[in-house]
Write a protein that binds this ligand. Structure first.
Ligand code: SAM
Length: 284
């Protein structure tokens, strides 16, 4: 079967350089502006196509080593190309952060932007990994997204997907069940509410500071959101439908997002929190 352009893009999470300008790239400078001192080793978890590592190498001349851990082989390949000029100052590891293996590096700073929700419900594994891979007094800079959840635990991108599925003839109240049948955990469940996440983080770290911003997404047309969805979520949601219906699904996601923008002046808005954490070695 021939794949549509968006289906092919979603398979490899392609087009992220472009798509991330709509939301995720804002986390990069927000985080890097809060890196303390003159770090020698920085580890970025879920390093994607290497944008944060590239910027860190440019902004922080003290950096001897910038390490990226990432699951997607396509993203590692793109990051390798992007970071080639930095030579031996960069190491990229292919890793699954739901079961992170120990590494020999000890970091002054660990960063993780827009990733933690993908590790639900076993985030404690990566949090323990960070605690043991930070030097004493080191900093963990973490961004987390917090869309409001409805009584089914759906919100944020789940809502746009629900509109799209409804547009394709799925009954609105059947969507949570369809997610469940296909093992799709709603993003608004994965992201956890701030107090719950704060309690989890406090098991491993002292929360030394936090900042909040509103992530507002606007697009120029439906096609731009279709592209953003495929680059960010891949086929995570599309997999609830049979293969022949997926091209139409991506188009419908774009249409649903564009309709929201026409009504509300934006596709979505949600709070994002930046946590500055330092390891605790006592028992809470
Ligand atoms: C929304 S992107 C964020 C990328 C980058 N940190 C940024 O802020 O632009 C989420 C990234 O986490 C990666 N990821 C998701 N689950 C992962 C896992 N279990 N292990 C490692 N990386 C994972 C994805 O492949 C993707 O590159």
């Amino acid at each position: 079967m021939t794949l549509s352009r968006t289906e092919a893009q979603a398979r490899i999470l392609g087009g992220y350089d472009d798509a991330s300008r709509l939301r995720q790239v804002h986390d990069r400078d927000w985080v890097l502006d809060r890196v303390p001192g003159a770090p020698e080793v920085l580890i970025d978890l879920g390093s994607g196509i290497g944008q944060l590592l590239q910027e860190a190498l440019e902004q922080l001349p003290s950096l001897r080593l910038a390490v990226g851990l990432e699951r997607s082989e396509h993203r590692i390949a793109e990051a390798t190309e992007r970071l080639r000029p930095a030579g031996s100052r960069v190491v990229l590891h292919r890793a699954d952060l739901t079961a992170p293996a120990p590494l020999p590096h000890r970091a002054d700073v660990v960063t993780m932007t827009s990733v933690l929700h993908w590790l639900y419900p076993v985030e404690h594994r990566v949090l323990e990994w960070v605690r043991t891979h930070l030097r004493p007094g080191g900093s963990f800079l973490l961004t987390t997204y917090h869309p409001a959840a409805d009584r089914h635990g759906l919100g944020g991108e789940d809502d746009i997907v629900r509109d799209a599925l409804t547009g394709l003839g799925v009954r609105r109240d059947a969507v949570p069940g369809l997610f469940g049948d296909h093992g799709v955990l709603p993003i608004a469940t994965r992201t956890r509410p701030v107090p719950e996440l704060g309690a989890l983080l406090a098991e491993f770290f002292e929360i030394t500071a936090y900042w909040e911003r509103e992530a507002v997404v606007t697009v120029r047309d439906a096609a731009q959101y279709e592209h953003f969805h495929a680059a960010t979520f891949g086929d995570y949601y599309a997999a609830v439908l049979p293969a022949p219906e997926r091209a139409a699904f991506y188009r419908e996601v774009g249409r649903a997002a564009w309709e929201r923008q026409q009504h509300a002046g934006r596709v979505s808005a949600m709070p994002v929190r930046l946590w500055k954490l330092t390891p605790r070695h006592d028992t809470p």
